[in-house]
Design a binder for this molecule. Sequence first.
Ligand code: HEM
Length: 200
Amino acid sequence: MTSMEGKALPFVLAAILSLGAIAAALPSTPVPADQALLAARWTARVAIPVFLVAYLARPLHQLLPSALSKVLLARRRQWGLAFALSMTIHLGALLVNILIFRPRPVEEILAGMAAYSLIFVMALTSNNWSMRRLGKWWKRLHLLGLHYVWLIFFAGRALRLAEGDPAYFLSAFIMGAVLLAALLLRMAAWSVTRRRAARG
Ligand code: HEM
């Protein structure tokens, strides 16, 4: 695989997953409002694994270095941008929902809009020039953005569980548990690297 192909892989996978989610949603029901809802739901769900690769590439390499973790770390920027692509496709699906089928009050979507602002600022600053210009603020911005997106994903799953609807229980439980495990992995990597640095 050439390095150009390696760089394109996250985008190709994200596009296949997101467009596949829409292609699966459309024939699954004859009701257009339900098609739009399922397209929004499934495009968001398939964005989670893409997010997790970007979120976990560094901690995985720190805790369990391998040839695969090295490649993921080297391509972390592309995975982050591929996640922004997935979320842009989710945005398209939810705009159809909001503008055509079910308008929502602004206060209901404020947290999601803040997440989108961070996702797009992170995508726009995912380049060497921005890293140099922003200095230590670059890392702060991207740490904040990553964890805020994690929080929005996790809070959504927690709300679903709290609603107690059996139709959503299993998917919300699995996605919530995976997200929690990802956070714990990051915390473990952070603590291990701090201890390694303290030992010199
Ligand atoms: C203004 C911003 C947003 C709006 C209006 C919005 C709207 C929606 C809608 C209409 C659905 C389908 C509802 C359903 O499943 O019943 C949905 C699903 C979902 N959204 Fe968004 N969204 C927004 C931003 C985000 C962001 C930023 C994230 C993640 C960081 C996200 C994650 C999800 C997830 C995981 C689902 C699937 C829910 C499930 O599986 O039950 N959304 N969203």
